[in-house]
Design a binder for this molecule. Sequence first.
Ligand SMILES: [Zn+2]
Length: 421
Amino acid sequence: MTGNKPTVSVNGRDYAWPDRPLVVVCVDGSEPAYMEQALASGAMPALARMMVHGADLRADCVIPSFTNPNNLSIVTGAPPVVHGISGNYFLDPDSGEEVMMNDPHWLRADSILAAFEKAGARVAVVTAKDKLRRLLGHGLHPGVHGSVCFSAELADRVSEGENGIDRVLELMGLPLPEVYSPALSELVMAAGVYLMEHIHPDITYLSTTDYVQHKHAPGTPEATAFYRMLDGYLGRLDELGATLAVTADHGMQPKHDAAGRPDVIYLQALMDDWLGEGQARVILPITDPYVVHHGALGSFATVYLPDGCERRPLLERLGGTEGVALALDREAASARFELPPDRIGDLVVLATTHKVIGTRPERHDLSGLDAPLRSHGGLSEQTVPLLLNRPLSGLDPTRRLRNFDAFDLALNRVTATEAVP
Ligand SMILES: [Zn+2]
């Protein structure tokens, strides 16, 4: 706590008021090896400098290791059972319809960002894709206290009323990037620096997109170029005096066979075989409007069974299926992964490291996949970086760190003394 600034309580956790600007960066799909290799090859000199006195930690993300549940966990400081976002996509039990979980209507908790704005902080949120903006910005009032919230994807359509900022591309002197490009993430980072220089938010949340990570392995020239770009902006934010916390929503692994073809368990086809056509309903929560780079193939699926269908024999059969890492019923999955039980199916199925789960072959358009599939969703993508540019104190070494501890560490555990430059 600084002077008479309040402690902010949200979702059962207390957060100290930032004593200097805080920037939390969620680098989408940032398997730890990306930064490790970029650091080793000298492509991230600013991060290397920060790691001399900062904290170089690893944390567990939320399962399913998908974008929406994890971004929402980071900004609420809580698991999905609290905030309600169990996937990018789910089966609405009330309507029986499969729907995107992009609407704030599905949220069951307030964010740390909204709670700080309410307490008088100036908050900025910049996302790559617009799908996340409304969820992450829920409860914020752009314009009020100078708060800003927009997506790089629709940066040409911002307005003071809706986003708390006008003509942002013009102000930054940058063009609107393609949705499927590394430039979309670069605009997020550039906006973070621009806002820090010009509107001085107390708290900034930046969320990039995993376009590069879906296509390029750690250490490849394309991945290295991306992390070099990232490093330039992180270095600038550090120079501007921010406390930086860098984490990821999930990791990323190759999911293909030796010939480069996606290695898929077609779970709907399997269930149709076992139970009869259309008896069970397989939902892939990775599904979103932007499936070109992963064909809606991830390593996590949930299955709705017909009434009266016995789960035990199915779980045993699934457990013995090649490529299935784990099959759990709703109660076990909800307990183990802290998922809202009413927003997952009767069964939860996770694939092994290099496998993904699909529905039926004809339902996956893989024509947009121009590189061997890399994806996420399972336990094999659970470890993510959790880096801070300042030393921490009072951290229990036995504590299981989560990516959604980023705000806790940055606000409550950063040592008050200045890091030695
Ligand atoms: Zn993601």
